[in-house]
Write a protein that binds this ligand. Structure first.
Ligand SMILES: [Cu+2]
Length: 166
């Protein structure tokens, strides 16, 4: 009886403590605004335009990469249990990395805008990030909608979805 009470107490303390530390670790504001959920694992500046990026379940670390205009070499390492990709639509980059493996990707960094990258499998879970040259930049994907993208596809009557399911 006594042991059980102690145990539940510990669990309660742990669950209480977790969100607090997670919040504290997050720190500052993200340098680039991305759409959707972002698991923010911090910002790092690339040295000599080269940087190691960890892929894990389910985030990129660092999440935001400060780089100079030109070619940035990204050394990917998947430390997670799931396969992950490093995908940049605007630059035709789509590198899949298996768990425990490494890969190198070269990214042409423009000075005009930030470049958003994501994992094709887990973007919805917040696995995305951005490469930028200046804090506060917007991403290229939002600036250059190259004509043929259908943007008005969503039905306007989704608000009250409690009605008919068909
Ligand atoms: Cu992933």
């Amino acid at each position: 009886m006594r042991k059980l009470a102690l145990f539940t107490g510990l669990v309660a303390a742990a669950t209480l403590a977790f969100p607090v530390t997670a919040w504290a670790a997050g720190g500052g504001k993200p340098p680039v605004k991305l759409e959707g959920k972002v698991n923010d694992e911090g910002t790092k500046t690339a040295k000599n335009n080269k940087l190691d990026v960890e892929q894990d379940d389910f985030y990129f670390k660092p999440t935001y990469i400060k780089a100079k205009k030109g070619t940035l070499t990204v050394e990917l390492e998947n430390e997670g249990n799931a396969p992950h990709t490093f995908t940049i639509d605007s630059l035709d980059i789509d590198k899949e990395v298996q768990p425990g493996k490494k890969a190198t990707v070269k990214v042409k960094v423009p000075s005009s805008s930030a470049v958003a990258f994501y994992c094709r499998f887990h973007k919805g879970q917040g696995m995305q990030g951005a490469i930028f040259t200046k804090t506060g930049q917007s991403t290229a994907s939002s600036a250059s909608s190259s004509g043929g993208t259908p943007t008005t596809k969503a039905p306007s009557t989704t608000a009250g979805s409690s009605g008919y399911g068909y």
